[in-house]
Write a protein that binds this ligand. Structure first.
Ligand code: GUN
Length: 359
């Protein structure tokens, strides 16, 4: 008895355009398909977030140009980093570079790890008042002497391109509008691009954070999914996951989600970015892995995001998209009027408009 799984694997794994062929014996730890008596072929789609993000950034750059030439407005994004966390430094550097590449203005502030809450709030107040700044992002986590909620509350909701302010979370929950957090927005864009309509699908989200899990649940509800928001106290997490047509892993535990937690053919979005220690022929090293055990999951899923190269690149692209939308809103410009379809670009997976009814 043989299961053959074929598909195009992602180039970060050195397998781009290569057929994955897995042959498994009957007792191997693989899903049991009802029709497994005969050899069958199944495709797994590796969701290429890097390519989708590059397309989205190109569209944004085109719109930024149009906004600037027609309305004399150049969107500006301010990013504030407190302290010297190496991962945060990398994220902030990437955000600045991609902001400039999209033709926007990038403003970066670096405060020492010893900065007080008052100092950070004063910086936020300056950015709120600066007309050249349309979006503000304070990189999280913050040092322990600073309350994250106090800082998020201080950002003008119209400039809150993270979508973390209670005004924006409330708008998303009650009206399906407002500025939407970048990571869940990126996940939604990938799902729409790869699956089309999500109506009626069962979605299971693992992780109830304010940054990903909760807004993701709201977004998928808005898409007419039936949503389960699972978390560390969920009973029989594996069984909950197995019910999912769409499984979102956002829990921060390396390779928690195993192959036999996944419904055959399900779409799996891995938000986790975990650095783990590995031993190599050259000695100890580190490696980035997701919350999903990719090697097991790829044998079961219908579509899956890799780590790295899946959700991560979409998060920054959506930050740029939110900044452009915020600049438009602050200058009374309809973002739709900057549409780039005439130039041969399309926004087929555009994910900002609410879908369907609210019953
Ligand atoms: N730290 C990790 N992810 C995020 C994010 O989406 N926004 C901010 N501000 N900080 C983060």
């Amino acid at each position: 008895m043989v299961v053959r799984i074929s598909g195009t694997a992602f180039n970060k794994f050195g397998l781009n355009a290569v057929k994955l062929a897995m042959h498994a014996s009957a007792d191997a730890k693989l899903p049991v398909f009802p029709e497994m008596n005969q050899e069958r072929t199944r495709s797994v789609r590796i969701i290429d977030g890097k390519a989708s993000a590059a397309r989205l950034r190109a569209e944004i750059a085109h719109r930024v140009q149009t906004l600037s030439s027609r309305h004399g407005v150049t969107p500006g994004l301010a990013v504030v980093l407190v302290g010297d966390d190496p991962a945060s430094q990398v994220y902030v550097r990437n955000k600045g570079r991609q902001t400039r590449e999209a033709g926007m203005q990038s403003f970066e502030t670096h405060l020492p790890a010893t900065a007080s809450e008052q100092e950070l709030l004063a910086q936020v107040a300056r950015l709120n008042a600066d007309p050249a700044v349309h979006g503000i992002l304070v990189q999280l986590p913050l040092p322990s002497q600073i309350r994250e909620t106090a800082v998020i509350d201080a950002i003008a909701p119209a400039k809150d391109v993270d979508g973390f302010h209670v005004i924006n979370t409330g708008l998303l929950a009650s009206r399906g509008t407002g500025i939407i957090p970048c990571t869940p927005l990126g996940c939604l864009r990938l799902l729409r691009e790869y699956l089309g309509s999500l109506t009626g699908m069962r979605a299971v989200i693992v992780g109830r954070s304010n940054i990903v899990g909760k807004p993701m649940a709201q977004l998928l509800l808005r898409e007419n999914c039936t949503v389960t928001l699972a978390h560390s106290r969920t009973r029989d997490l594996a069984a909950e996951c197995r019910r999912a047509d769409i499984l979102i892993a956002a829990v921060g535990q390396p390779r928690l989600i195993k192959g036999d937690w996944i419904q055959p053919g399900a779409s799996v979005i891995d938000v986790g970015i975990n650095r783990i220690n590995v031993s190599t022929a050259d000695g100890p090293a580190t490696r980035l892995v997701g919350d999903v055990d990719f090697d097991e999951a790829v044998a079961v899923a219908g579509a899956i995001t890799p780590v790295p190269g899946g959700v991560g690149p979409m998060t920054i692209a959506c930050l740029l998209s939110n900044t452009l939308d915020a600049a438009c809103a602050q200058h009374g410009v309809d973002p739709g009027s900057l549409d780039v379809s005439e130039a041969g670009h399309t926004d087929a997976a555009g994910a900002s408009a609410p879908q369907g009814t609210s019953t």
